[in-house]
Design a protein around this ligand. Sequence first.
Ligand SMILES: Cc1ncc(COP(=O)(O)O)c(C=O)c1O
Length: 406
Amino acid sequence: MINYDQLQKISKDYGDSFYIFDTDQLKENIELFENSFIQHYPKVEVAYSYKTNYIPAVLRIIDSLKISPEVVSEMEYDLASSLGVKLEEIIYNGPVKNRSSLKKAMINQSRINIDSIDELNLMIEILPEINLKSLEIGIRCNFGSFRNSVSRFGIDVKSEEFELAIQLIRDNGILHLSGFHCHLPDRDKAAVEWRTKQLLDVSLDTFENAPKFLDFGGGFFGSDFATPREDSVSFEEYAKIITGLVKSVYPNANDQPWIILEPGTALVANTMNYWTRVVAVKEIGSKSIAVVDGSIHELSPNGRQNRNPTFQLRHSSRSESSAQAWQVVGYTCIEDDYLSKDFFSDISKGDFLGYSHVGSYNIVMKPPFIRPASPILELNRNGEVLNVFRETQTISDIFAGFRNKD
Ligand SMILES: Cc1ncc(COP(=O)(O)O)c(C=O)c1O
């Protein structure tokens, strides 16, 4: 565990707020996730959801561990290609795939899951422009209402459009339907079981034999949490549910689909901590306020979910005082910028507060509001900076595309 002096040293070069990335934790997560499934079912492929955390240095590590890229935009597609990943291994999802990215993905034989009939028509329109002999594609399925809510993604499997999509693919000499995809954000056991059964049902209705793949999307809890949850599900439990159901429908080892999984959160949530220094303390009425250098926007993807710090490292030269409820507030001018509410502790100016589990969606959803983003660092075992994964953002990074009037 890092100590105060080490943080102090880092802050001299990198400022009073920074993220620390834990590469060993990432490798451990990947191994645990993959092995949990593979021990029950050998035809498992894990693809990492780029949108969850697209730090290029992290993506390179993930690629080196033979995890495929799952992308949802041209930006992410181009990022994957720039890293030198195998283009045919890219899984291209998402509701809006523009013409140029779709064309690239088709030429490169990337694995496209279509989200609408219009997208399929666009692919058919592109075909004469490129010289493809054959291309396997998947359909993102929409299975209607689950817990009274209907997803906006994919093609409704009960609709005529779905039948039409399958027919269009079958009638096309070049495109081949090789599997189905679905992602839902609900991470509990019942939701995963529901999703699996739906995918299996549509697969049985459509294919005579097993499809080449069934892609279950992401939506898996990580192996631990910043605050424990009662509804947590282990990787092993997910694996038993999914592989058990798939095997019950496709028992013959020679005719089984690949199970594709697209975890984001499960692989990266616990790989990052966020450290920020207390820069001022004050009393306002009955409230004790600790102003930190950071912001809720660096801690919570939607800028709303405050929580207690996981760690506190106290300024070495300060004296102990009695614990009380602190409101930990950030640098923005928004009244709601509370990182923590009623955090019961003894806080002084100069202390560092550390928040764990900031690896999923934090970096990618930090707005350029009021201040550039903090740096992302990897440390060695002595708590010294080993690699800078992202420099502190600069003003020019943020204002690069804006033009002056004159
Ligand atoms: C298609 C798809 N796959 C994978 C993921 C990753 O999900 P999670 O971070 O919940 O694992 C998402 C997230 O929205 C998604 O939309």
